[in-house]
Write a new protein. Structure first.
Length: 368
C-alpha cells in the first residue's frame, strides 16, 4: 500500500502566508525523508485559509529538495483554467520532475472559487471539466495543426506553425502517453468515481468524508470498472484520512479533541464552510441528522483515525475492511501552529515507521 500526504492545505487566516508556505515545504521534505511515496497539494484561488493557488508552482520548489516522493495536483480545478495553459504547464512540470507527477483533476470544491470563475452550476462545471481533460489529452497526443471546436473552449493553431523551429507545437509530457490521472470525490455515491474508473483514472476519496461515503465510493468504483470490463482491484484508489498517533490511546484522544488542536480547528472550519453553502451532506456521519445536532467532536470521532500505533493499525485495517480495498492511504496535513507541528511530525513518523509495516504485511499487493 502506498503512503502519501494530502494538503489542501488549511491554516488559520491570521497566519502569514510566507510562514505557512515554509511550514508546508518542510513537511513535504520530512515526508520524503520518512519514505512517504507521494504528496498531493490542492488549489484554491480565493481563500487565505487555504492559501496555495498554484500547486505546480509550490511543488516545483520542492523538486531539488526531495529524492523519491512523487507529486500530485490535488486537484487542478479544470473549469477555472484554459485547457491549453493546463496542458503546457503540466507537461513542463512532468519534464522538470522527470516523471514524478500525478495529474489530479476535479471540478473544484470551494464555493468562492466557483463564484469567482462563474461556474456555480454543478452540471455546467462538470461539463467544462470533462471537455477540458478531453482537450488536454488531444493536445498531448497530436501534433499541429490543432483545431478543437468545443462548447466551452475553441482552440485553433493552424497558421503559425514552423516545424523545423518547433513553433506551434504543444509540449508532450515526459511520461507517455501522459502522467497518471486522478479524480477526487467527496459526495456520497459520487459519479466522479464511476467516471474515473470507466476512463482508467484513479479515484481519490476526500479525508472529510465519513465512512459510509467512502464505502459508497467503492460501490461506484466497482460500477465503473465493470462498465469498462476490468477487474475492480482498488489498486488505483486512494483514500485520505486525518491520522493522529501518540504513545497511548488517551494521549492521542486528548490531542485530537483539544480545542486548540489543528484537527479541531480543521473540522470546525470545514463544517462552518459547508453549512454556509448548504452542503453538509458531505460530512455528516448520519445523513438524516439535523445540522444543528452535529458537533465538532462527533465529526472528529467519525472521520479521524487516532490512537497508539497498534490501535491506529487496527483501526485502519478495520476501516479498509468495511469500506473497500483501497491501496493508497493519504494522511491529511494539518496546521502546525504552537504544539501542533511537533504532534503532526510525530504522527507522520509513527505512521511511516510503525503503522505502515503492519498494514503492508496485512494487505497484499494486487496481482498484476
Amino acid at each position: 500500500m502506498k503512503l502519501g500526504l494530502f494538503g489542501m492545505p488549511l491554516h488559520p487566516p491570521h497566519r502569514p502566508m510566507s510562514e505557512t508556505y515554509e511550514e508546508n515545504f518542510d513537511k513535504v521534505v520530512y515526508a520524503d525523508e520518512l519514505g512517504f511515496d507521494e504528496v498531493w497539494i490542492g488549489e484554491h484561488m480565493s481563500c487565505t485559509t487555504e492559501p496555495i493557488s498554484s500547486p505546480l508552482m509550490f511543488m516545483a520548489s520542492l523538486l531539488r529538495h526531495t529524492k523519491r516522493v512523487k507529486f500530485g495536483t490535488g486537484v487542478i480545478a479544470l473549469p477555472n483554467h484554459h485547457p491549453a495553459v493546463v496542458a503546457a504547464e503540466v507537461a513542463q512540470f512532468d519534464h522538470m520532475s522527470r516523471g514524478r507527477l500525478m495529474f489530479g483533476i476535479g471540478p473544484g470544491g470551494l464555493a468562492s472559487d466557483m463564484e469567482l470563475f462563474d461556474v456555480l452550476d454543478n452540471n455546467y462545471r462538470t461539463e467544462r471539466m470533462m471537455e477540458s481533460i478531453d482537450t488536454i489529452l488531444h493536445l498531448w497526443s497530436h501534433d499541429p495543426p490543432y483545431h478543437v471546436d468545443g462548447k466551452h473552449w475553441k482552440l485553433s493553431l493552424t497558421s503559425n506553425v514552423v516545424p523545423e523551429l518547433g513553433v506551434g507545437y504543444m509540449a508532450k509530457p515526459y511520461q507517455r502517453p501522459h502522467p497518471p490521472i486522478m479524480m477526487t470525490a467527496m459526495s456520497p455515491f459520487s459519479d466522479s468515481v464511476k467516471t474515473a474508473a470507466i476512463r482508467g483514472y484513479g479515484p481519490m476519496s476526500a479525508n472529510f468524508c465519513p465512512e459510509y461515503v467512502v464505502a459508497s465510493h467503492w460501490k461506484k468504483y466497482v460500477e465503473g470498472c465493470e462498465a469498462a470490463g476490468r477487474q475492480p482491484t482498488g489498486e488505483d484508489w486512494r483514500v485520505a484520512r486525518n491520522v493522529v498517533i501518540a504513545a497511548s490511546d488517551q494521549e492521542a484522544r486528548d490531542r485530537v479533541m483539544d480545542p486548540n488542536g489543528s484537527n479541531y480547528y480543521y473540522f470546525d472550519y470545514l463544517w462552518k464552510v459547508l453549512k454556509s453553502v448548504n452542503y453538509t451532506a458531505v460530512m455528516k456521519p448520519d445523513p438524516k441528522a439535523a445540522d444543528d445536532s452535529v458537533t465538532v467532536e462527533q465529526l472528529i470521532d467519525s472521520m479521524v483515525i487516532y490512537g497508539s500505533p497498534n490501535t491506529v493499525a487496527e483501526k485502519l485495517l478495520a476501516f479498509r475492511e468495511r469500506t473497500g480495498p483501497f491501496h493508497g492511504l493519504l494522511m491529511a496535513m494539518m496546521d502546525g501552529q504552537g504544539a501542533n507541528l511537533e504532534r503532526e511530525r510525530e504522527s507522520m513518523r509513527r505512521l511511516a515507521t510503525e503503522v505502515m509495516p503492519v498494514i503492508r504485511k496485512a494487505v497484499p499487493s494486487p496481482a498484476r
